[in-house]
Design a protein around this ligand. Structure first.
Ligand code: UT7
Length: 355
């Protein structure tokens, strides 16, 4: 039976560390508040005009490719997960392909939009392609350059203090080793509360969803017969072009869905929480991870957290954390690794991997 395995993993975080006190210099917040509510001490910001989501993805990819013992030209498919793409279109997959210099092979590149669960969704897609025999060396990347699109003011503080930049990558290959590789992936979504954690503008919505919800929001669309516009002056003047989040609402659902989707994967494979050697949860908030750990009855050494150093790097958070855990020797041959994510959409998912 062919399964897929992670043959190489890499991560990249930009050099510039931004402390909570640095942010307190531009908005009404404090190191104490941020650490107490989120566990975050600092985050990294990419170099403006020099780094982008796709270039950071490429740096992580180079390491994963080298660790998998393959050449760039051996990559036969790209899956790129991000919510902070370089361009509205084309996606980061092709930009990273160009940055890596592997355009001659003309391989396919797929961009996915699943926010915090992007890496888990991407792994599930890669898993299906590998199992079907279609591809042999899939490059899966999660990367974010949040720092270019955050609101650096007191109004945006609940979102801005949480997010950071970075990238993680994995090479997914087939394996015939018994009981090794991706055992299962579980994917879910519920669009009911799509706007509770969202980056609405620019977009093609034209106010539709808000009208339907009975929320009268003036986006400043010009009154014209043909054509529309993704972003208006009014959106910019009124700071409507930033992400927003109802933190407590998201928190409550997250602590419910994380354990649920982890248990779903365990139940399907006949395993128990105690069988998990390393749980790598999406790094949304240290309090969420601690809650999940407690609920699952896991010890400290069974859960990897690094949000303290990087903040929430959305699609990059799982591969960065997984890579660090592997580099630290905490993910070893034969270990049962569980990945789990929850975020905007809402989308959530889990994966169980026998390393
Ligand atoms: O990865 C995607 C998924 N995202 C998540 O899972 C995030 C889930 N939610 C959270 O992590 C938390 O809800 C937050 C960290 C975002 C916020 O923590 P909270 O304990 O839920 O705070 P809150 O939103 O209830 O706000 C409490 C107070 C408010 O002030 P008042 O109304 O009580 O006077 C906020 O205005 O804290 C204020 N506040 C801040 N104060 C200082 C909000 N953000 C900040 C800030 N610094 N950065």
């Amino acid at each position: 039976m062919i399964r897929s395995k992670i043959a190489g993993i890499g991560h990249y975080v930009p050099e510039k560390a931004v402390s909570n006190n640095d942010l307190a210099g531009v908005m009404d917040t404090s190191d104490e508040w941020i650490q107490e509510r989120t566990g975050i001490k600092e985050r990294r910001y990419g170099k403006k005009h020099k780094e982008t989501t796709s270039t950071m993805g490429a740096r992580a990819a180079e390491i994963a490719i080298q660790r998998a013992g393959i050449e760039k030209e051996d990559v036969d498919f790209i899956i790129f997960a991000t919510l902070s793409p370089d361009y509205y279109f084309p996606g980061c997959g092709v930009l990273m392909q160009r940055e890596l210099g592997i355009t001659k092979t003309e391989i396919g590149a797929l961009d996915i939009r699943n926010q915090c669960s992007g890496f888990v969704y991407g792994l599930s897609i890669a898993d299906q392609f590998i199992k079907s025999g279609m591809y042999k060396n899939i490059l899966l990347v999660g990367a974010e350059m949040h720092s270019m699109g955050l609101e650096y003011s007191t109004k945006g503080r609940n979102v801005t203090v949480i997010f950071g930049d970075g990238a993680g990558a994995a090479i997914i290959q087939p394996t015939e080793e018994a009981d090794k590789g991706v055992l299962t992936t579980k994917l879910h979504s519920d669009g009911t509360y799509a706007e509770k954690l969202a980056f609405i503008n620019p977009g093609s919505h034209g106010g539709y969803h808000f009208d339907k919800m009975g929320e009268e929001i003036d986006f400043g669309y010009p009154d014209q017969e043909f054509g529309g516009i993704f972003i208006t002056q009014q959106m910019i003047d009124n700071d409507m072009h930033y992400p927003n989040m109802e933190g407590q609402f998201v928190f409550k659902l997250a602590v419910q869905k994380f354990p649920e989707v982890i248990m779903e994967a365990l139940n399907e494979t006949g395993l128990q929480p105690s069988d998990i050697n390393m749980l790598v949860p999406h790094q949304a908030n240290l309090r969420i991870s601690q809650f999940v750990q407690k609920r699952m009855g896991l010890r400290d050494d069974q859960v990897w957290n690094n949000i303290q150093k990087y903040g929430n790097t959305t699609a990059a958070s799982i591969p960065i954390a997984l890579c660090e855990a592997w580099e630290a020797g905490k993910v070893k041959d034969g270990d049962l690794v569980c990945l789990a994510a929850f975020g905007s959409g809402f989308t959530w998912g889990s994966a169980l991997i026998r390393w």
